[in-house]
Design a protein around this ligand. Sequence first.
Ligand SMILES: Cc1cc2nc3c(=O)[nH]c(=O)nc-3n(C[C@H](O)[C@H](O)[C@H](O)COP(=O)(O)OP(=O)(O)OC[C@H]3O[C@@H](n4cnc5c(N)ncnc54)[C@H](O)[C@@H]3O)c2cc1C
Length: 298
Amino acid sequence: MKTSSTIANLFNNSFPVLDDGFVRLVDVMGDDSSIVQAARVSYGEGTKKVSEDKALIRYLLRHRHTTPFEMCEIKLHVRVPMDCWRQWIRHRTANVNEYSTRYSIAIDAAQTTEPDKWRIQAQGNRQGSEGYLPTEVGRQLSQREAELHDSCRKVYTDRIDAGIAREQARKDLPLSTYTEAYWKIDLHNLLHFLALRMDSHAQNEIRQYANIIGNEIVSKWVPLTWAAFLDYRLNSISLSESEIGFIALLNSGKHGVLLESMQERGWIKKVDNSWKVTREADEFASKLMTLGLTPPWQ
Ligand SMILES: Cc1cc2nc3c(=O)[nH]c(=O)nc-3n(C[C@H](O)[C@H](O)[C@H](O)COP(=O)(O)OP(=O)(O)OC[C@H]3O[C@@H](n4cnc5c(N)ncnc54)[C@H](O)[C@@H]3O)c2cc1C
């Protein structure tokens, strides 16, 4: 196991997340050089002279040569509210050992919401949120949240005091209750996790954890891989065959043909003199704007 001084410093840190959560680095195996070393076994000595480590890592990530990235592993100790953990645990490629509330008393901490942090249901994205409720409304919600947490905890401790088994006493604890786990994953699958959970579509809470893991830990542990990941994955856009065709039409000024073609494929529809767009067309519009192009249906 290699530990550079940057990584050694990370071991001393516990990164706070949410109101009472954390991410703590427990162990790492390998670093950028392990990826290069593994790749060179398959590519042979011949490429050693021409390929700089950085260029090789960028090549591997760009072309999705994934196995060299599996040579690196990371183990984290995390403290997470159970609702967030429920999303996290869906990533099946990690090895997990979680705090047992059958064996031990449930952690006496539940994630709380500040009065100005109650998010409003998004209209467009059914899974998302947009904006916040006014603080005065939020204050009442936070007050009720505190009462609920207290009440749930009291019911739980009363059951424990009455001799009820911990495995049954826990069943009405709120999903905001914190749990802790050791979470070990290889770098390839960690990047997959981060690509999904740092994305703006991921829920705010898990995104906060992913951002800490990515920006504070992975970026320092494997800086060359991290830079390539930001470039080719996280901050990149991908274009479908249809989108490439549409952009070609847009670029050659054939706006009419473009709109016709998009209508034929059902991406946009004229309703009452304005365009009704599908989710795919909306996502395409975002990509166009990233490229500095204006969607002609807007
Ligand atoms: C924004 C967002 C919204 C979501 N909404 C929902 C939802 O509404 N409902 C819901 O149930 N889930 C939802 N999920 C969870 C999602 O469907 C995945 O289960 C989760 O993101 C884990 O992804 P994964 O399977 O790729 O990751 P991992 O489990 O880490 O797997 C990584 C990769 O390994 C491969 N793999 C792993 N296990 C297998 C296997 N058994 N067979 C074949 N290949 C395998 C796959 O290629 C997979 O992509 C959501 C996720 C996100 C990010």
